[in-house]
Design a protein around this ligand. Structure first.
Ligand code: SF4
Length: 707
């Protein structure tokens, strides 16, 4: 038998993939490698881990692809060469100062990530909004949950998730829409599965144009036509009203806008709605009945609702169902947006989007701006919202934006209409890429590469979908001279001669952010790393006197709007996506697969995870495949107005005829750029949230013919 390796220490930490935020216990072996297991004491996952979480340690044990030294070139024709941190940051500060002096602060931008720790998110926002004087800082969370942020804000007055995971075991009806949690939020879904297994009367409604693993325990699968979610939610709302299955007292005392809503949902008959959605009237009635009969009703959603030109409308129409039934602010009920990224929520707390200010304060409120400005002691905060993710790349292409700093994300895989993003980076005057992996497509366009520390190589905090903050320790040293992201940003801020970035450690950043939350609805003032280590996790707001967090919001039915009433939004049911036509007759939808994460810079390194699905594919219905003469594993060409993809066909009864699906993860890393789903996705965005329409694009599909 092999001798057992000696484990030196155990470190409680958090999985850094999805927004479920599972606790892990990491062990460091004598040879320096890490192993890990689920943390039974963590309330979110109670010891369980999914395939990605179980294999997380391999991503840092294998350092073969890591960036280890800053690199720089003095002009676009020169090769990159290793330089010191001072050289890289001195030059970058000089370039940024030149652009800012010549063209103003809006000539530079930061594009960051929902995978940044809260401390990192905080300092980079402080730097940009508080010192450089521009709000041109956006995050890849724009591609992920910005529609949900607007939905919560418009309905409840603030971006606040009302419930917690412990409500799962108290609910008896789940409406899972635009989400495949069995694959994408697996541990949360394990809790729903266990609850259903123990209580077979619990009803599960899944709304998805595809048959996914989530459907395997569904009582009702509504396989709707893509893009018809508002029609469906309104039709369910109509049934609830017609049958008197609404909470009149709650509507009267705690909401506004019911009459207009009623008018809107009655503007279509059930038959008309069913026709638009491609569903049976009886199934819509059944869904309404399950919701009506429930004592605890939870809706869960992700990208199917958010990533849409109607993303905000879809969110509002879903939250409206909670408001008319009063199923919110009560144990076992509420709208639970499943955040895609591990710290999307932490990013929202620090105002990580270009139209937000720190700690849920509003950019358009002069008092809020003054408060934050006084606290930071920097430049006047600009009231104008900054460029959003897709707008940044458009501005680079048009030459309005001169420099971009890309931190912890790979837009050349994840942005829609990615060929345009490539052209934009090519045109940019100055590109900084702060990264862990030497495989990112963005590196080819970088003038400066800054090597960053990865998960377990730095400390800080993250907040999961249920407002739960967890501390992550530093366990390993980063390779070479790579540094934690916050340290890189603070070093740069000092090179720019800004005061207020002289933190001794990460906790000082956390404490500063916590102090800024004092008096707000997300107050965590008083919370420290030692409290987090001792309690393991805390859900905001933190109640300092009682030294505890808050499980549920709005239990008194007082919402964060000026009137304290929730707003039932008058959502017009207007279709805003690209219409298929004779040239582009199919509807393309994109999404995740079980064992890969985003752009695969981490999961792509793990052999076990690559075994599940080895390469990209186009899921297509047998009828459509037959018509096109496509057989399983033959190469299919997908063309849109924006570009082309070539991948093998995967023929499946689980997708509607007329709809095709591409996974979002693939690109040059272990593939080629014809694998890349975003070659073809449309540049349309939601007009309010500015979230792209990844879930609906008109495409043509045909069999690849050798030239
Ligand atoms: Fe990590 Fe999400 Fe899996 Fe939990 S469910 S182990 S957070 S990827």
């Amino acid at each position: 038998p092999m001798p057992k390796k000696k484990v030196l220490d155990e470190f409680p930490s958090t999985c850094c993939y999805c927004g479920v935020g599972c606790g892990v216990v990491v062990s460091k072996e004598k040879n320096g490698d890490l192993t890990l297991k689920g943390d039974t004491s963590h309330p979110s996952n109670k010891g369980m881990l999914c395939s990605k979480g179980m294999n997380l340690h391999y991503t840092v044990n294998d350092k073969s692809d890591r960036l280890t030294h800053p690199q720089m070139r003095y002009n676009k024709n020169m090769p990159l060469q290793n330089v010191s941190w001072d050289q890289a940051l001195d030059r970058t500060a000089a370039v940024f100062k030149t652009f800012i002096n010549k063209y103003g602060p809006d000539s530079v931008a930061f594009y960051v990530s929902g995978q940044c720790l809260t401390e990192e998110y905080y300092v980079v926002n402080k730097l940009m909004k508080g010192f450089i004087g521009s709000n041109n800082i956006d995050t890849n969370s724009r591609l992920c949950m910005s529609s949900a942020v607007v939905g919560y804000k418009m309905s409840m007055g603030e971006d606040s998730v009302p419930l917690c995971y412990d409500d799962i075991e108290l609910a008896d009806c789940f409406y899972v829409t635009g989400a495949n949690p069995a694959w994408c939020h697996p541990i949360l879904w394990r809790r729903v599965e266990a609850h259903k297994a123990a209580n077979p009367d619990v009803k599960i409604i899944v709304v998805d144009p595809r048959v996914t693993d989530t459907c395997s325990i569904a009582d009702l699968h509504l396989q709707l036509n893509p893009g018809t979610d508002v029609t469906l939610n309104h039709a369910i709302g109509r049934c609830l009203i017609e049958n008197g299955d609404i909470d009149f007292k709650f509507i009267e005392n705690h909401t506004e806008g019911f009459n207009k809503y009623q008018e809107l949902v009655f503007s279509k008959t059930l038959e008309e709605s069913a026709e638009i959605c491609g569903l049976a009237v009886a199934d819509i009635k059944l869904a309404a009945n399950y919701i009506a009969m429930s004592k605890g009703y939870i809706s869960m959603w992700t990208m199917g609702l958010n990533q849409s030109a109607m993303g905000v409308d879809k969110n509002l129409s879903l939250i409206n169902l909670h408001l008319i039934t009063g199923k919110i602010g009560k144990a076992g009920s509420g709208p639970l947006s499943l955040t895609g990224q591990p710290n999307a929520m932490g990013g929202r707390e620090v105002g990580g989007l270009s139209n937000m200010l720190a700690v849920h304060k509003n950019l358009d409120n002069p008092i809020h701006r003054q408060e934050v400005q006084d606290f930071w002691g920097g430049a006047e905060i600009n009231p104008k919202p900054g460029l959003t993710a897709t707008e940044m790349f458009e501005a680079l292409e048009s030459g309005k934006l001169k420099a971009i700093w890309i931190m912890c994300t790979n837009p050349l895989l994840s942005l829609p209409n990615v060929r345009q993003a490539e052209a934009a980076l090519k045109k940019a005057k100055y590109v900084v890429v702060q990264e862990i992996s030497n495989k990112s497509e963005c590196l080819a366009y970088a003038d400066v590469i800054l090597p960053a520390a990865a998960w377990a190589e730095k400390e800080g905090t993250m907040t999961n979908c249920e407002r739960r903050i967890t501390y992550l320790p530093k366990i390993l040293d980063a390779p070479g001279i790579a540094l934690p992201d916050a340290e890189i940003i603070c070093k740069f801020a000092k090179k720019m001669d800004y005061q207020g970035f002289d933190y001794k450690n990460q906790e000082e950043i956390f404490l500063e952010h916590s102090r800024l939350t004092e008096g707000t609805n997300i107050n965590i003032n008083g919370l420290t790393y030692s409290i987090l280590k001792e309690k393991r996790t805390v859900q905001w707001p933190y109640l300092k006197q009682e030294n505890k967090g808050t499980k549920r919001l709005f239990t008194d039915h007082q919402f964060y709007t000026p009137s304290k009433k929730a707003k039932i939004s008058p959502v017009e049911d207007v279709f805003k996506s690209e219409r298929p036509n004779a040239d582009f007759p199919f509807i393309l939808t994109t999404g995740r697969i079980r064992d890969q994460w985003h752009t695969r810079s981490k999961t792509g390194k793990v052999n076990k995870l690559n075994q599940h699905i080895k390469q990209s594919f186009l899921e297509i219905h047998p009828k459509d495949a037959e018509r096109l003469g496509l057989t399983e594993d033959e190469v299919a060409v997908v063309k849109s107005r924006w570009g082309e993809v070539r991948v093998k066909a995967k023929i499946s009864e689980g997708i509607k005829s007329g709809v095709v699906f591409l996974p979002m993860h693939y690109g040059k890393i272990l593939g080629n750029d014809l694998n890349r789903a975003n070659n073809v996705t449309s540049p349309l965005i939601d007009s309010i949230s500015k979230e792209p329409d990844f879930k609906y694009c008109a495409v043509a599909v045909f069999k690849y013919q050798k030239p």
